[in-house]
Write a protein that binds this ligand. Structure first.
Ligand code: ADP
Ligand code: ZN
Ligand code: ZN
Length: 793
């Protein structure tokens, strides 16, 4: 007897387990196939994924049997299954978090088994009744009960290779079927044999089909401007047939072929280096506009020539239409696009097309890293530093690490590209774990880097200017409006929290232990560090200079809009942030308005930093660089450097050149200064020193252990038991940990957490410890209904 461990999708997140079923003697299956199983009260049929098969099982109670195998071949290839296990082990995820992203979109509704009979087979006497029944059911085997009447016969026929089964899977989302029309093979002889008289319209149809072969019926009607009746009569006469055709929903229109550029010397060096690299990972570091995408295209071309397939990941697909256009232009008809902005039908079709091997390239947001390609040899991650690839909210994996693992398993290549690589990535390249290639020039001759100026807002205050805009920014705005050039005003509010700063000297209140700005909690009037949980009383005077101008820092896009309208009442202003772009199409609308110059000034948040390339935008104003400088995160400086570099890249896309004005109360901050000089190397060196000093990544790994419950009473007690056990179980290496921090209550769910900091060399040991401790405390955790979630940050 064999036992099958099955993962059942969309299970309640709290229950994290596989379900074991008996495998009936006559049934064969492999991991990665879907099965139908009895589940829960009343044994309702559910679809599950086979994760593993075991020879032995400790029987505590009688197990149920698998009802049906739903796939002919595994829908998950071996590498993807292994990747699922790897994620579960490495990130201590729930099954839902590591296996759901691997599965095709949509829950399965019906599975049809269709019999295919060997052509020349003549049924034996006792099989005739079955074959009659088969024909009556159009070869659909649903009338066969696996265990009774014809079940044994079907198995015998399969064993003697007379019958094989084709599976048709229908999901909640189903394929789009349209009617198509084509001439029957023997249409000519039918016309001549029967001396058929065809009407003029019928003749037109026949001629059209002779010319075109198979066409969609709707197309035929439109093209010939006829009604349905000539088609119907031709069908009756046996001249043409009407068929069902599965139509792939294509979310993107075909685009004109992309022109080929001859690579410059730098690009050639990188291109060859990447192809010849002996390492799994290559990092391509180059300014915006230095020709990275051109290299992605060329490397992909080579990989495809050798029979491989490629995945291209982009941060937020809605914001990067150019990447899709360039790949579709270069690899016409061989590209599929997978991301969550597509309708579920479109996503389903793109997945099917990919699985069927009809494409060479898949472009998508982070979850496309799991695209079902059988000959995958290259994964490209564009803007690899982007936070959308890394752990947050429901995302419990690092897309770049997953991509690296998948390429290791398949002996392929991972290519990371960025103008501002993640500090950890660059560190790995520096240490020789990755190969590094640099592009230092702009690819288009004559395109000039923008002229970047930093303004000290403290001095504006001394001059008596209390407006949101400095004199310099205001002057530039007036000039550009005069010349009918366009302006972007940018507020870098990503991860913004309520920090407290002095408007006279720029001092910001930080945690003494963590060097991270503290968050102001208005209702209790205290300052709190979101890393270690320590608190301070809110101050009334600046501890540095004694000024009374110390308060919570804040400015919103709406405020900026009002100020612009007050100063430049005739300018056409448009605001773009999460609030104004929730609807699916409004990003495109805004994009087009700017492109068509219906807007003089565009105001927005970090959404603006990506993908907006307009040659008429010649001024970018960063209203308050401080906003991202003091987010409560050790990456605050890195984030600021990234955002400023990207947003500066929005100005000066053409020969017109451009200006960037960065306003700040801390104009000497290194991330601002280095960003204004487009100097990644020195920024990196400086940042790395600070990371080392405070023992932040890459010198450590951070792990949050989160507890949540509807019941407040036991949450901290359980958290402290778990923490204590972890600390006790650590042997031979140093572990730093914070106290237990109670988070804000959201929708009546209480949350507590603590953070662990460990030497990266010991991350495996610590992960094992945490796993063991959670198993040890399982009863207590379940009894008090607490949900524990481990988050590698
Ligand atoms: P990145 O991805 O680094 O931002 P791109 O590949 O988009 O850079 O290149 C920027 C611009 O330069 C694009 O318009 C591209 O067509 C052009 N370009 C890239 N490489 C070359 C080249 N070798 N010769 C001429 N133009 C090039
Ligand atoms: Zn001060
Ligand atoms: Zn702290």
């Amino acid at each position: 007897m064999k036992y099958v461990n099955v993962y059942i999708q969309n299970n309640i997140a709290k229950i994290d387990r596989l379900y074991t079923y008996k495998l009936p003697e006559n049934m064969e299956l492999k991991p990665g196939m879907r099965v139908q199983v009895p589940f829960g009260k009343g044994d309702r049929n559910r679809v599950g994924l086979v994760i593993s098969i075991e020879e032995e099982y400790k029987l505590e109670y009688d197990l149920k049997e698998i009802i049906k195998v739903l796939d002919y071949e595994p829908i998950l290839s071996e590498d993807l299954l292994e990747l699922g296990f790897w994620m579960k082990e490495k990130y201590l995820t729930k099954y839902n978090q590591s296996f759901s992203p691997l599965l095709p979109p949509g829950d399965i509704k019906v599975i049809q088994k269709i019999a295919v009979i060997k052509e020349e087979y003549v049924p034996k006497e006792d099989e005739v009744a079955f074959f009659k029944e088969l024909e009556k059911n159009k070869y659909n085997l649903s009338f066969v009960d696996d265990n009774l009447q014809y079940g044994k016969l079907v198995r015998d026929l399969i064993n003697s290779s007379v019958l094989s089964i084709e599976y048709k899977v229908e999901t909640q989302i189903s394929a789009k079927i349209l009617k198509a029309v084509k001439l029957k093979e023997d249409y000519l002889s039918r016309i001549s044999k029967g001396n058929l008289k065809l009407t003029e319209k019928q003749l037109k149809v026949v001629e059209f089909l002779q010319d075109k072969g198979e066409v969609l019926r709707s197309e035929l009607l439109k093209e010939l401007e006829i009604s349905d009746s000539p088609i119907k009569s031709l069908e009756t006469k046996g001249i043409l047939e009407i068929l069902d055709r599965e139509i792939i929903r294509e979310p993107y229109e075909e685009v004109a072929a992309t022109k080929l550029n001859t690579l410059n010397m730098e690009q050639i060096k990188a291109f060859r280096g990447i192809l010849n690299s002996k390492k799994t990972v290559s990092l391509l570091h180059g300014l915006t506009g230095s020709g990275k995408t051109e290299i992605y295209l060329k490397v992909s071309e080579e990989i495809i020539k050798e029979g491989g397939q490629v995945i291209v990941l982009v941060p937020e697909i809605g914001l990067t239409p150019q990447m899709i256009e360039r790949f579709m232009g270069r690899f016409s008809g061989r590209v599929s696009v997978l991301h969550s902005k597509l309708s579920s039908g479109e996503r389903y079709d793109q997945w099917q097309k990919t699985k069927n091997g009809e494409v060479d390239i898949v472009i998508g947001a982070r979850s496309a890293v799991f695209a079902p390609l059988n000959r995958l040899k290259l994964i490209i991650v564009d803007e690899e530093h982007d936070s959308s690839y890394r752990f947050h909210n429901a995302l419990r994996y690092d897309t770049v690490e997953v991509a690296e693992k998948r390429m290791e398993l398949l002996e392929g290549k991972l290519l990371l590209g960025s103008a501002t690589p993640d500090i950890i990535t660059y560190y790995k390249a520096e240490k020789g774990l990755y190969d590094l290639f640099e592009l230092k020039q702009r690819a288009v001759v004559g395109a000039r880097l923008p002229d970047i100026k930093i303004v000290d807002m403290k001095k504006e205050l001394i001059k008596g200017n209390t407006s949101i805009f400095s004199e310099l920014l205001r002057k530039h705005m007036a000039e550009k409006l005069e010349k009918k050039e366009q302006i972007i005003l940018f507020l870098n509010r990503r991860g913004f929290s309520n920090f407290v700063s002095c408007r006279s000297c720029g001092h910001v209140i930080k945690c003494d232990n963590c060097d991270i700005s503290m968050t102001y909690h208005k209702n209790t009037n205290i300052l709190r560090c979101h890393y270690c949980g320590s608190t301070k009383k809110m101050v009334s005077r600046c501890p540095e200079c004694g000024s009374k101008f110390i308060k919570q820092f804040g400015v919103g896009t709406q405020q900026v809009e009002e100020e612009v309208k007050r100063i430049f009442p005739r300018a056409k202003v448009l605001r773009m942030d999460r609030d104004t772009t929730v609807q699916k199409n409004s990003y495109d609308e805004i994009y087009n308005k700017v492109k068509n110059r219906e807007v003089d000034i565009l105001i927005g948040t970090q959404m603006l930093a990506k993908g907006l390339d307009f040659e008429n935008v010649t001024l970018v104003g960063v209203i308050a660089a401080d906003l991202s400088l003091y987010i409560s995160d050790y990456r605050a400086n890195e984030t600021t450097f990234e955002l400023l570099t990207q947003v500066s890249g929005r100005a000066g896309r053409s020969q017109k050149g451009g200006d960037v004005v960065i306003q700040s109360y801390n104009p000497d901050n290194y991330s601002i200064v280095y960003a204004s000089n487009t100097d990644y190397e020195n920024f990196y060196k400086r940042e790395l020193k600070i990371r080392e000093q405070y023992n932040y990544p890459p010198f450590s790994k951070l792990i949050n252990v989160n507890f949540s419950s509807e019941d407040e009473r036991y949450i901290d007690e359980v958290a402290s038991d778990v923490l204590l056990d972890i600390v006790k179980s650590v042997g031979g290496y140093k572990l730093e940990y914070t106290r237990i921090i109670r988070m804000l209550r959201i929708k009546n769910i209480f949350k507590s957490k603590f953070t662990l900091k460990v030497d990266p060399d010991y991350i495996k040991e610590l992960t094992e410890s945490i796993k063991g401790v959670l198993i040890k405390n399982k009863d207590k955790i379940e009894k008090y209904n607490i949900y524990v979630d481990v988050e590698f940050i």
